[in-house]
Design a protein around this ligand. Structure first.
Ligand SMILES: C[S@@+](CC[C@H](N)C(=O)[O-])C[C@H]1O[C@@H](n2cnc3c(N)ncnc32)[C@H](O)[C@@H]1O
Length: 219
């Protein structure tokens, strides 16, 4: 998590040590096939993809296996996550995943080193950052996308001010108790940041466990 929010990872994501550097997130393992089914229609037949906040690194080997003509670049900011992503990547034996790189998605300016992306995918980060950080992330992603590139954001969101469940509300409150500036975003707020970044907003996809995938395209 960003250095100014120590301990956020402890309340926000479970990452269980496996062998060597590998970490295991049960939720990443559970949701990845549903994510793959949902994003399939948006993945081009070839090109390059940037995964922001790859976490334990358990999503990207499946993406790379199912979409073999895409070169996948995983990223994160935490050293233990970067090591875990590298370990999962190497274990996969796939040659269409690059070794992970450090990328702070809230840092204005990251797009210049990561231009020409046909796909940018991000899961489970927006509730862990502030609204201005989300806006910076979205405007950088819009810059980094190539023409017709697609931006896929998976996670839990509010509908306006409504939570999808009591558990979502409780999780949001636990995040805000720790760091008042973070928490769930309304999907309308995400979409409005995408429109401001001149992305075309497509229909959100309903996912299991009250999650969504928000889809936007570079015109
Ligand atoms: C809840 S985990 C989600 C991981 C993975 N995407 C998933 O869905 O299982 C959040 C991840 O975001 C990373 N992260 C936090 N702040 C970030 C930032 N500013 N830029 C990039 N990654 C960040 C954390 O290190 C962590 O790996």
């Amino acid at each position: 998590m960003p250095p100014n929010r120590p301990n956020l990872s402890k309340i926000a994501s479970t990452a269980i040590p496996k062998d060597h550097d590998k970490l295991h997130a049960p939720s990443a393992f559970r949701n990845r096939e549903a994510i793959i089914d949902a994003i399939g229609p948006f993945i081009p037949s070839s090109g390059k993809a940037l995964e922001i906040a790859s976490g334990t690194g358990e999503h990207v080997p499946r993406y790379a296996a199912v979409f073999p003509n895409i070169i996948w670049q995983p990223t994160d900011i935490e050293p233990d996550r970067l090591k875990s992503i590298a370990a999962h990547t190497i274990e996969s034996g796939l040659d269409n995943i690059l070794l992970p790189i450090f990328l702070d998605a809230c840092n204005p300016g990251w797009a210049v080193d990561n231009m020409g992306q046909d796909v940018i995918i991000l899961s489970n980060l927006l509730h862990l950052i502030s609204e201005p950080e989300m806006q910076a992330l979205i405007s950088q992603a819009a810059l980094a996308l190539s023409e017709n590139g697609v931006f896929l954001i998976y996670g839990p969101f509010m509908h306006g001010t409504n939570f999808a469940s009591d558990d979502d509300k409780a999780f949001h409150e636990s995040l805000q108790n720790k760091y008042p500036e973070i928490g769930y975003k309304a999907f309308q707020a995400v979409q409005s940041a995408q429109m401001q970044a001149e992305l075309e907003v497509l229909e959100p996809i309903n996912m299991p466990s009250n999650n969504f995938i928000l889809v936007a395209k570079k015109k």
